[in-house]
Write a protein that binds this ligand. Structure first.
Ligand code: SF4
Length: 335
């Protein structure tokens, strides 16, 4: 079944956040001043069980979802994540199962995840410069730990590996060419992400954004690249390949060139709220349905009622005022 929204966009991707907790405190995502010792995270009974997540995922796949991405918070801090991966892997018609992580716990879990059926992985890494990276993650984790996690993913056969780097002017933009150079020719695809006004706590200002055009120019000046075709409709990153054939990079242009017209993504929060946009203000409660004994058909009918009227296109409408709206935090629903 193909379920389309009010702009004829199908539902193709579901991002499932399995926890609101993280072992990093990235300043643009979970700033320590807000997410400090007194912060009230969700308790165990509030978050969806793996059985509940799998049941929902099955219903979503029956409605056209082809790709599941596990996110958080940091998904690898949730216990026995590989058991969820095994259950999701069994869903018929699921084409792609992946996960986004900060990489710090990958060494211990990569093989287990691969054996459970995970296909590939995306690792967040904003800089190879330790001082810059640690200032951004604000948790004392060095670059070497993340690089070792990426190596563990490679050894386990999780492929292709993607590396996501949020680029913030004046913070890490001077290190982006080094990041590209490090992974050039290794098969790892680095994707540079324009700094976005996600949530309400990251202090976003337009002047911190390095537009994709400038990112591309800066890389091209040292490592020549040319545009490449998108792999499929709705692909988030614009692809650029090295002219010497040694691989590719991606650029995610949410600010300078919004791509809402092709947005096929929904996001499920740890407590079972469905957000139809990364910049959503309120979610739709699926946990209440799950726990009140609703049948699969009733849950499916709710999903249909939510997606059919979806008209989100936040990035196309963004203004200085919308940046101040009380949006859901990225650390809650994944990126
Ligand atoms: S702003 Fe919302 S609708 Fe637009 S691409 Fe991002 S998630 Fe999709």
């Amino acid at each position: 079944m193909v379920l389309t929204d009010s702009f004829e966009r199908p539902l193709r991707d579901l991002r499932i956040s399995v926890t609101d907790r993280c072992n990093f405190r990235c300043t643009y995502c979970m700033p320590r001043e807000v997410f400090g010792p007194g912060y009230q995270f969700l308790n165990r009974t509030e978050i969806l069980s793996y059985e509940e997540i799998t049941r929902l995922a099955r219903i979503f796949v029956a409605h056209g979802v082809e790709k599941l991405r596990i996110t958080g918070g940091e998904p690898l801090v949730r216990r026995d994540l590989h058991t969820l991966i095994s259950s999701l892997r069994e869903i018929r018609d699921l084409k792609d199962l992946t996960l986004t992580t900060n990489g710090s716990l990958l060494r211990a879990q990569a093989q287990k995840l691969k054996d459970a059926g995970l296909e590939r992985v995306t690792v967040s890494l904003d800089s190879l410069d330790d001082a810059v990276f640690q200032a951004m993650n604000d948790s004392g984790v060095p670059v070497a730990v993340v690089l070792d996690g990426i190596e563990a993913a490679r050894e386990a056969g999780l492929a292709p590996i993607k590396v996501n780097a949020v680029v913030k002017r004046g913070t890490n933009d001077h290190t982006l060419v080094d990041l590209a150079r490090h992974f050039k020719g290794t098969g790892v695809i680095v994707r540079f992400i324009e700094f976005m006004d996600v949530g309400a706590t990251n202090g976003w200002q337009l002047e911190h954004v390095v537009p994709a055009r400038e990112l591309v120019e800066r890389i091209n000046a040292e490592l020549p690249i040319e545009p490449a075709e998108a792999n499929y409709r709705g692909e988030v990153a614009q692809r650029w390949r090295y002219t010497d054939g040694s691989g590719e990079i991606g650029v995610i242009t949410s600010i300078s060139e919004p791509f809402c017209g092709n947005c096929t993504r929904a996001r499920l929060s740890p407590e079972g709220e469905l957000y139809t946009c990364l910049f959503g203000i309120r979610g739709h409660d699926f946990r209440g349905l799950l726990r009140s004994g609703a049948t699969d058909s009733e849950i499916a009918a709710f999903l249909e009622s939510v997606w059919r009227v979806r008209d989100d296109r936040y990035s196309e409408l963004r203004t200085a005022e919308t940046a101040l709206l009380p949006k859901v935090e990225m650390s809650h629903i994944g990126g």
